[in-house]
Write a protein that binds this ligand. Structure first.
Ligand SMILES: Nc1ncnc2c1ncn2[C@@H]1O[C@H](COP(=O)(O)OP(=O)(O)OP(=O)(O)O)[C@@H](O)[C@H]1O
Ligand SMILES: [Mg+2]
Length: 159
């Protein structure tokens, strides 16, 4: 049977504040058990978007880019979030040594910057978020790669 490809969700944000406002609202609708790949050029806003979600889920401290530690855990009220930045990963095998497979579970959400660097070891994304320049702000394009990812995007479509 030919399953119809769902429409990606594309949203333009005029500035960082607008994107963070959306991320806060989106966090309140976020379910666990999702792997979210954040794709975009250097400085496009991947960490900023992750920060919006993590703070939207109730984290009150800072959210810094885990460039050197590769991953930062956030134990939040509803579930644990792992925020990855794989920019400095030289070999996907390093992720195996970290025991990274244990991070992906129905009880967690993983946001992954530079997932390209972990190909072969990282699980497929449930949702890919592409971030591109739009005027002086950003365009987010959200694409689902699983039924769970699709259900999540449909929840966000109502925002
Ligand atoms: N929606 C937005 N509109 C305008 N500027 C933004 C937006 N989101 C983030 N920025 C700005 O873009 C810059 C880089 O953001 P950020 O560090 O989040 O990017 P990144 O994609 O994580 O970069 P890297 O590839 O180095 O990890 C920051 O100065 C931030 O203020
Ligand atoms: Mg970053």
């Amino acid at each position: 049977m030919n399953k119809e490809q769902p429409e990606p969700l594309a949203i333009n944000f005029a500035d960082e504040a607008a994107m963070l406002e959306w991320a806060t609202a989106a966090a309140s609708l976020l379910s666990s058990g999702l792997v979210v790949h954040l794709i975009g050029d250097l400085g496009m806003g991947k960490t900023t978007l992750s920060r919006g979600f993590i703070q939207g889920l109730g984290h009150e401290g800072k959210v810094k880019s885990p460039t050197y530690t590769l991953v930062e855990p956030y134990e939040l009220d509803r579930f644990t979030v792992y925020h990855f930045d794989l920019y400095r990963l030289s070999d996907p095998e390093e992720l195996e040594f970290m025991g990274v497979r244990d991070y992906f579970s129905p009880a967690t959400v993983c946001f992954i910057e530079w997932p390209e660097k972990g190909v072969g070891v990282l699980p497929q994304a449930d949702i890919s978020i592409n971030i591109t320049q739009w005027q002086s702000g950003r365009c987010l394009t959200l694409t689902a790669n699983s039924d769970n990812g699709q259900a999540q995007i449909e929840h966000w479509r109502s925002l």
